[in-house]
Design a protein around this ligand. Structure first.
Ligand code: FAD
Length: 397
């Protein structure tokens, strides 16, 4: 039973979950039980088993709060619990959820035309088509507002022509579709100079996705460099709801809360591993858990874990009421990824030498937390967003 884990939910933060949300949570747990071992191998070898990743769609786990005919809507709490549970099992799959179900699906649902939604929304939600969200560029990460990818209007052909480069794009070389954010170059167009989003099929000539090699985090999935060389897409490839860069920010604001849940999943796994290990590992004739300093460290982990849970639960309730402010999601992401890093580090240490072995279930989380700490806005960028909100002064540039 997902709610009766030994001591991880000390304040019964998740004890009173509505039935539908609990059912989604249990489905996520069953998914992880089904694929966990294969994902551990994938992490070890650096392969990306796309079939496992897309299986989450078959199990209806990608919906993430989207309202659309043919899809069951997740409440923010259900979406969060699913995210937590998948990340607790495997961070690589947690990130697929964030990319496919969070960034890509949300972009389409918020800004896509009726035709785009009718064609792609259900296939993406069901995992029949891999989808990606391409905002970051080699030279523009935190300042993606300055992105240089250009979409030029070719009036003679009646096409858009996209040129540029993207970096770090989850599912960017998986043979599906990519939502490409680009700056409009069309002097006659009312949006000239603004950033808009285009739906690009990855088999379009000029689109080249290359898997980024040498990753020491989220090794069970791929991120890609994308080269866009004269990629021609039809006039209706633009997502009509996207008008400025702020629309990209809107997507990121809503998925940031997901990262806070993901961090909670990772930290839960690390705490569980440390607690179990401390109880069975005997040194100096006693289980580690009998030593005062070990108990203190377990208490410190639980203290932080509980704070993470409270952020998440409260955030989900605010979101359900339509009251969650973007900077509240920033603060939760800021707190939770920082706390997850500390918990993972202590857990790693408590496991001694075994802590660096994948099979003991901490090292992989420790490495994966590094990625979620950075993506969807780094620690410093979240601090600047919160700082601007509480002081009324922007310190970005
Ligand atoms: P930089 O922006 O170069 O930052 C480097 C350091 O400088 C950081 O510590 C940062 O906090 C600090 N810094 C920057 N500006 C300031 C400032 N004004 N004041 C103080 N400090 C500052 N992007 C996508 O579009 N789609 C994806 O699917 C995607 N997936 C990703 C998956 C992974 C595993 C990773 C690692 C990244 C992914 N990203 C994706 C990109 C991610 O969003 C960026 O890496 C992130 O925004 C940071 O940009 P950067 O890496 O260029 O770092």
């Amino acid at each position: 039973d997902v709610t009766s884990r030994r001591g991880t939910d000390y304040y019964a933060v998740f004890a009173d979950i509505p039935e539908a949300d609990r059912e989604a949570w249990e489905r996520a747990q069953a998914y992880i039980d089904e694929v966990g071992t294969r994902m551990l191998d994938a992490w070890d070898t650096g392969a990306y088993p796309l079939d496992i990743a897309m299986r989450a769609g078959e199990l209806d786990l990608f919906n993430d709060g989207i309202v659309h005919p043919g899809l069951t809507r997740f409440s923010p709490l259900a979406a969060g619990l699913v995210n937590m549970e998948i990340s607790r099992g495997d961070g690589s799959l947690g990130t697929v959820l964030a990319v496919q179900g969070g960034l890509a699906l949300r972009t389409l649902a918020l800004f896509g035309s009726d035709e785009q939604q009718a064609r792609w929304l259900v296939p993406v939600a069901r995992g029949e088509v891999a989808a990606s969200f391409a905002l970051t560029e080699p030279d523009h990460g935190s300042d993606s507002v300055s992105l240089e990818t250009v979409a030029r209007w070719d009036a003679d052909a009646g096409d858009w022509v996209i040129d540029g480069a993207k970096k770090w794009i989850g599912n960017g070389a998986s043979g599906g579709i990519t939502f490409v954010w680009a700056r409009i170059d069309a002097p006659e167009d009312e949006h000239h100079g603004a950033v808009r989003c285009f739906l690009v099929e990855q088999d379009t000539p000029g689109y080249t996705g290359t898997v980024i090699a040498g990753k020491a985090s989220l090794r069970g999935i791929h991120q890609a460099h994308i080269a866009l060389d004269g990629v021609r897409v039809p006039a209706d490839a633009v997502l009509p709801g996207t008008k400025t860069f702020k629309d990209a920010s809107t997507v990121l604001y809503s998925t940031r809360s997901g990262v806070a849940w993901s961090a909670l999943g990772h930290a839960t796994a690390c705490y569980e591993a440390a607690l179990a290990y401390a109880q069975q590992r005997v040194q100096f004739g006693k289980p580690l858990a009998r030593f005062q300093m070990v108990q203190e460290r377990l208490a410190q982990m639980l203290e932080e874990l509980t704070a993470m849970q409270l952020y998440c639960r409260w955030m989900a309730d605010l979101e359900e009421r339509g009251e969650l402010r973007p900077t509240q999601a920033s603060l939760a992401k800021y707190h939770n990824t920082r706390a997850a890093r500390r918990i993972a580090s202590v857990a790693r240490d408590l496991l001694g030498g075994n802590g660096i072995l994948l099979e003991y279930g901490v090292m992989q989380h420790m490495a994966d937390i590094e990625a979620i700490h950075t993506y969807e806005g780094t620690e410093s960028i979240q601090a600047l967003l919160i700082g601007r909100d509480i002081t009324g002064m922007s310190a970005f540039a």
